[in-house]
Design a binder for this molecule. Structure first.
Ligand SMILES: Nc1ncnc2c1ncn2[C@@H]1O[C@H](COP(=O)(O)OP(=O)(O)OP(=O)(O)O)[C@@H](O)[C@H]1O
Ligand SMILES: [Mg+2]
Length: 395
């Protein structure tokens, strides 16, 4: 798929901007702080309903404006769809598909698929477990948009269970009403049900990603690997032995049972996918805390390239089944690859290798402050971004 037109209103630094786009490579070039990343951030938002830079929507709305609008025309095979998202910080966001009446923003997921690589991705390797959980969960949602619902269910159950535990912890300390344990049992089951589904998807993803990441790293930094992706679950041993979703459910329930006393003391849920981590190993050592800056950077890039490979090889499976529908073996939804300010960080050899790997992509959006940082191999459309304007430039 590719985005054939992007239109923004009151998004970040843009009051209004219209950007026609073609398949192939498009590079946005201009000095620092002119709004290059803002453009690709908007494309990424269509795919994940979130920004790769901030965790809330407020900074995405232009200073002084009430709401931001992202509109895009999306081409998949011979089909074109229009999507529109309205960001209302502090209130519910709104969405439309093909100018029809409103749909839930979540219904837009799966129409635009992106793999976005940006300097912030170094946090995948060096940052907290939450960064890696977000990486996994965004990717499982891209593979299967219905997982957005499962994630929302899990978050809701977790919040309610935590409230219950907090009340129980306070009551214990101050001699209030004792917790009715049967209520907690019910919440355990809800948490384990959604949690097992999330876990099953994460484990399946990691198994699929591992060989692709290892291959990508070898291409970027020959002889530097191997990579190993190891899931570290808060449900411990029991989870490691579980193979099916039912067994994962059982393992989570058992682990919740074991942790219960501690959870009531501390007033917080200690077991579940929200406490898990993905350990990224380079050779025998974890990359976090051991890998060099350049190695960490290549690792993060290898994870993104592996994601790209994986999504490229799969059709999104929505509630209504594969969205290809043409049965002719043509894969739907090849993702848009976004490389935000990536080339400046790489040495010449890795630049060339990366360019070779991504050049055949259906649509590749690149940002760079310096035109010469974009490898020659990635010839294509060029836009000059400066002073709030995005103008077609000579390639
Ligand atoms: N909500 C907002 N309202 C108004 N301006 C904003 C908003 N959010 C960001 N900006 C402005 O957008 C600019 C940053 O844009 P962007 O991150 O796209 O720059 P860039 O061209 O990618 O720069 P670099 O080359 O440094 O990465 C900053 O000047 C910032 O002040
Ligand atoms: Mg930028």
């Amino acid at each position: 798929m590719h985005v054939s037109h992007l239109s923004l209103a009151d998004f970040r630094s843009y009051a209004r901007v219209e950007v026609p786009l073609d398949p192939g490579v498009t590079a946005f070039v201009g000095p620092n702080g002119q709004g290059k990343t803002n453009l690709v951030e908007a494309v990424g938002y269509l795919a994940t309903l979130g920004s790769h830079r901030v965790s809330s929507d407020a900074p995405l709305v232009r200073m002084g404006a009430q709401r931001a609008i992202i509109r895009a025309a999306v081409v998949q095979g011979d089909r074109q769809q229009l999507i529109e998202l309205e960001l209302n910080p502090g209130k519910a966001n709104r969405a439309r598909i093909n100018r029809s009446s409103q749909v839930r923003p979540r219904d837009v997921l799966g129409i635009v698929r992106t793999v976005l690589f940006a300097p912030e991705d170094l946090a995948l390797v060096k940052g907290d477990p939450g960064e890696r959980r977000r990486f996994l969960d965004e990717l499982i949602t891209a593979r299967s948009p219905r997982m957005a619902g499962v994630r929302a269910d899990y978050d809701r159950v977790l919040k309610q269970r935590n409230t219950l535990l907090k009340t129980a912890a306070l009551a214990r300390r101050h001699g209030g009403r004792r917790l009715d344990l049967s209520t907690l049992d019910v919440w355990d089951q809800h948490l384990a049900r959604a949690g097992a589904e999330l876990l099953a998807q994460r484990l399946d993803l990691i198994a699929a990603l591992q060989p692709l990441a290892d291959k990508a790293y070898e291409q970027l930094a020959p002889g530097g690997g191997p990579l190993a992706l190891e899931y570290r679950g808060s449900a411990g041993e029991a989870m490691a032995a579980a193979a099916t979703r039912e067994e994962l459910y059982g393992a989570l329930l058992a682990a919740l049972g074991e942790a219960r006393k501690q959870e009531i003391e501390r007033g917080v849920t200690l077991v579940g996918p929200h406490r898990d981590d993905l350990v990224l190993k380079l050779g025998q050592l974890p990359a976090k805390g051991y890998a060099s800056h350049g190695e960490s950077w290549s690792y993060a890039l290898a994870l993104r390239l592996a994601s790209y490979d994986l999504l490229r090889s799969e059709s999104p499976i929505g509630p209504e089944g594969p969205s290809t529908g043409d049965g002719g073996g043509r894969r739907a939804g090849e993702p848009v690859l976004v490389l935000d300010d990536v080339f400046a960080e790489l040495d010449a050899r890795r630049r060339e290798r990366l360019a070779e790997l991504v050049a055949p992509g259906e649509q590749v959006l690149v940002t760079a402050a310096v035109a010469d940082d974009v490898p020659k191999m990635l010839a294509g459309a060029r836009y000059a971004v400066s002073g709030g304007k995005v103008e077609k430039a000579a390639p």
